[in-house]
Design a protein around this ligand. Structure first.
Ligand SMILES: [Zn+2]
Length: 673
C-alpha cells in the first residue's frame, strides 16, 4: 500500500485546508477518531461508500496550485516536511552534530544554497558531460549506460537472491525512460500533445546544456525513446516476479551477446559477480542492437540529455524550471512550484539520506509506547489471518501447512529505522550540490558491491519520514514507517474500532501481500519456492480471476478502465486486509465486552468508516491518468468501494440491499481469505 507519488509531484503537497489543531488530549479527529463532518450523509452507504464517508470533505476541498493531490497522504507528508525542516536546520547550524548528522546538515545546506548553484552554472556537470563527449564506440556507450553516474534504459543493481535471500545478487533489467511506456505509444490526441511538450522539454535541457541545434537533437532523442518503448516490458509484466531468472554470466553472454557483460559489471562497480538475476531479456536484446545500429553521436546526445534531465533539480534554474514546466505543469497540472525547502526536505527523506534523517525523526517523534500499541494490533491481525487460513474452504491441508508456516515467521518493523548507513566515508561539500548527489549514488553502489560478499538477513533501507508501509517478500517482513503511524491511520486516543479499521486493515493488507499472486510464490524463509498443491493453486486462480473481472469493469475516468492485471496484487491484499482486520476487531470486542454506540454508530460501522476515511484522496485528472498507467494500486475510491462490497460484514453493518448500487449477491462476492 505504498503511497506512490510521481517523479516531481512528491514535492508538491497541498496546504492544509482543515488540519485540526493538536488537542491536549483525545483523538485528533472528532470525539472518537473519525471526522464525522467529512461525511456526505445524503449519499446512501450502499450506493457509494467512499462518498458517504468522504463526500463532505471532497466537496469543500480544492487542490491548490502548488500541488497535484490533496488528502491523507499529502497532508501527512506536509506535516512531516514541517517537522523535518526544523531538524535539518538545527543540524545545518550545529557544530556538535555526529558524523551522519553533520552530513545531513551539510547536504541540506548545499540544497538551500541556490545562489551558489546559479554562480557555478554548468561547471559542476562539465566532467560528466566530457566523459560522454569522449565516447567513440558502441561498447563505450554501453559502458557509460552501466556506470552509476549515468541513467539509461538498462538498469544494474543489487537485490536479495530469490533462491537464497540471505545472499545478494546482481540484477539486470530494463531501465526507465523519460515518460511512462504507454505515453510514447498511444495515438490519442492527449498523448500526441504530451509528446510535443516533451520534445520541447528535451530541447530546453539541451539548449541549457550548451548543445547546438537542440531541436534536431531532441527530435532524434524522442524518436529513439519511442523505438525503445516499443521493445520494453509493460508495467503489468514488470510486476510479475517470474519474469526474472538467475543465470550464470556465461549464459547471459550467450543469450545477450550484444553486450560485454564482464565489462558492463566492471563499469557498474559490480565486478566479480558470476551470476545475475535478469529480466526484460527482449528489451535488453533490442537495446543492445540499437546501441550498435544507431550512431554513437545520437547515444552521446541521449546520455547527456538524461544526465542533465535527471539532475535538473540540482543544477541552475534554467534546468530546474524546464523540469518543473514539463513534469509538474504539463504532466500533473501543478501551476506553481512548492517552496524550495519543501522540495529539499522531500529529497532528503526520500532520495538522499532518508535512513539517517529518519533516525533523528524517530528519536524525536515516535515514542516506544506508540510502537507497542501498533504491535498489539499487528499480533491480533496476524492471529485473525491465521484463523482465516485455517478455515479456508478452498485451500487443502498440505498447502495450509506451508501458509501457516509462512505466517508464523512473518515479522514487522514498526516505526523504527532499519539499518542506518555509516556515512563516514562519504564526502559532502556545502557548496557542491551536484557533486554531493553523484557521490551519494557512488557511496550506495559501493555498499551494494560489498553486500555481495557476505551472507546476511535481507535488509533494505527504510525512510521513516516518508510514511510508507510495505511487505518485503525476501525478508517475509512488513515495514510501517513512523511517518505513517499518525491519524487517521493510527491514533493512540482513538476508539479501538477506528484503529482496527485504519492501521489494522493496513497491516492486514500488507499480510495479504505475503499471499497475493506474487508474494505467494515465496516461502517462510523468503525463498522463491512453490509450496502450493496444484489443486489449491487452481482454486486460488479461480478466485483471483473473478476479482480481476470485477476490477477490470471499473473506470478510473470516463473511458479509461482500471488495469486489472497491474493492480491485481493490491486488490487481493485489500480484500484480505479488510477481512482479517475485521475478524481481529470482532475478537477484540469478544475479549473486552460489547462495543458502545458512539456518535450514533455501531462498532462495525466505525470500523468501515475509519477504513474509508484513510482512502480520502483527490487527484488532478492528469495525475489520475498517469497513475492508471504506472501505479499498482487502484484509485482510492475503488479501494474503498471495491473491497467493501465483497465483505459480508459491511453489508450487515450498513444494511446494504439488492437495490443498492454496490450490492453484489453473495455468490458474486469474492472472498480469498
Ligand atoms: Zn500493497
Amino acid at each position: 500500500m505504498k503511497f506512490r507519488v510521481l517523479a516531481f509531484a512528491l514535492a508538491a503537497m497541498a496546504p492544509l485546508p482543515t488540519l485540526a489543531a493538536p488537542k491536549a488530549e483525545g483523538p485528533q479527529f472528532g470525539a472518537f477518531g473519525i471526522d464525522l463532518t467529512a461525511r456526505d450523509t445524503a449519499t446512501w452507504p450502499g450506493d457509494d461508500f467512499w462518498s458517504y464517508a468522504n463526500g463532505g470533505w471532497s466537496s469543500r476541498t480544492a487542490i491548490a496550485g502548488d500541488t497535484d493531490a490533496v488528502g491523507v497522504a499529502p497532508t501527512l507528508a506536509r506535516e512531516s516536511q514541517e517537522r523535518v525542516r526544523v531538524l535539518l536546520e538545527d543540524l545545518a547550524k550545529s557544530s556538535r552534530a555526529d558524523t551522519n548528522g553533520r552530513r545531513i546538515g551539510d547536504l541540506y545546506a548545499s540544497w538551500m544554497a541556490q545562489s551558489d548553484i546559479e554562480m557555478h552554472g554548468l561547471r559542476p556537470a562539465a566532467p560528466y558531460l566530457a566523459r560522454i563527449a569522449d565516447v567513440r564506440s558502441a561498447k563505450a556507450v554501453q559502458g557509460l549506460m552501466a556506470d552509476i553516474d549515468y541513467s539509461a534504459p538498462i538498469a544494474l543493481g543489487v537485490s536479495a537472491n530469490p533462491a537464497e535471500p540471505t545472499r545478494n545478487i546482481v540484477t539486470v533489467s530494463q531501465g526507465a525512460l523519460g515518460l511512462p511506456r504507454d505515453y510514447y505509444l498511444n495515438d490519442e490526441a492527449r498523448y500526441v500533445a504530451i509528446r510535443r511538450d516533451y520534445l520541447v522539454y528535451i530541447e530546453r535541457i539541451l539548449a541549457a546544456g550548451g548543445y547546438a541545434n537542440p531541436h534536431a537533437r531532441a527530435t532524434a532523442i524522442l524518436a529513439l525513446e519511442v523505438a525503445l518503448a516499443r521493445t520494453q516490458s509493460t508495467r503489468a509484466e514488470q510486476r510479475e516476479d517470474s519474469r526474472s531468472r538467475t543465470v550464470t554470466l556465461a549464459t547471459l553472454q550467450a543469450e545477450l551477446p550484444q553486450w560485454d557483460w564482464p565489462q558492463l559489471l566492471k563499469a557498474a562497480g559490480l565486478e566479480g559477480a558470476t551470476e545475475v538475476l535478469v529480466s526484460d531479456v527482449d528489451a535488453l536484446r533490442a537495446l543492445g542492437a540499437l546501441t550498435e545500429s544507431q550512431p554513437v553521436s545520437l547515444w552521446a546526445d541521449y546520455l547527456a540529455y538524461r544526465f542533465l534531465s535527471d539532475h535538473a533539480e540540482v543544477l541552475p534554474n534554467a534546468f530546474a524550471s524546464a523540469r518543473f514546466d514539463f513534469y509538474a505543469k504539463t504532466l500533473t497540472g501543478v501551476t506553481t512550484p512548492p517552496a524550495r525547502w519543501r522540495r529539499g526536505v522531500t529529497l532528503m527523506n526520500q532520495e538522499w539520506m532518508g535512513d539517517a534523517v529518519g533516525q533523528v525523526y524517530v528519536a524525536r517523534y515516535f515514542p516506544p509506547e506508540a510502537e507497542r500499541q501498533v504491535r498489539t494490533i499487528f499480533d491480533d491481525v496476524k492471529e485473525a489471518f491465521r484463523i482465516r487460513i485455517e478455515q479456508s474452504p478452498w485451500m487443502d491441508a498440505q498447502t495450509k501447512v506451508g501458509a501457516l508456516e509462512k505466517l508464523s515467521t512473518l515479522t514487522a518493523r514498526i516505526g523504527s529505522a532499519g539499518q542506518v548507513a555509516d556515512y563516514s566515508t562519504l564526502r559532502i561539500d556545502r557548496t557542491d550540490l551536484l557533486g554531493n548527489v553523484v557521490r551519494l549514488a557512488r557511496f550506495r553502489r559501493e555498499r551494494e558491491r560489498q553486500s555481495l560478499a557476505t551472507a546476511n538477513p535481507p535488509d533494505y533501507p527504510v525512510n521513516p519520514v516518508s510514511g510508507n508501509g510495505y511487505y518485503y517478500a525476501a525478508a517475509n517482513s512488513i515495514t510501517l514507517e513512523a511517518g505513517l503511524l499518525r491519524p487517521p491511520f493510527f491514533d493512540p486516543a482513538a476508539d479501538p474500532a477506528v484503529n482496527y479499521g485504519a492501521i489494522g486493515v493496513f497491516l492486514g493488507h500488507e499480510m495479504g501481500h505475503a499471499f497475493d499472486d506474487q508474494g505467494s510464490r515465496y516461502d517462510a524463509q523468503g525463498r522463491v519456492r512453490d509450496w502450493w498443491s496444484p489443486a489449491s493453486r487452481a482454486a486460488f486462480a479461480q478466485r483471483i480471476t473473478a476479482l480481476k473481472a470485477q476490477y477490470g469493469a471499473y473506470d478510473v475516468l470516463p473511458g479509461l478502465k482500471v488495469d486489472s492485471a497491474l493492480t491485481l496484487g493490491e486488490n487481493i491484499a485489500d480484500l484480505g486486509g479488510l477481512e482479517a482486520a475485521h475478524l481481529a476487531y470482532q475478537r477484540y470486542v469478544a475479549r473486552t465486552g460489547p462495543a458502545p454506540i458512539l456518535g450514533g454508530l455501531t462498532g462495525d460501522q466505525r470500523f468501515f468508516l475509519a477504513q474509508a476515511q484513510t482512502r480520502r484522496t483527490k487527484l488532478r485528472e492528469d495525475v489520475a491518468r498517469q497513475l492508471a498507467a504506472i501505479d499498482t494500486h487502484a484509485p482510492s475510491v475503488l479501494r474503498a468501494n471495491g473491497a467493501m462490497r465483497n465483505n459480508d460484514a459491511w453489508y450487515a453493518a450498513f444494511k446494504v440491499e439488492p437495490k443498492d448500487k454496490l450490492y453484489l449477491s453473495p455468490d458474486q462476492r469474492v472472498r480469498i481469505w
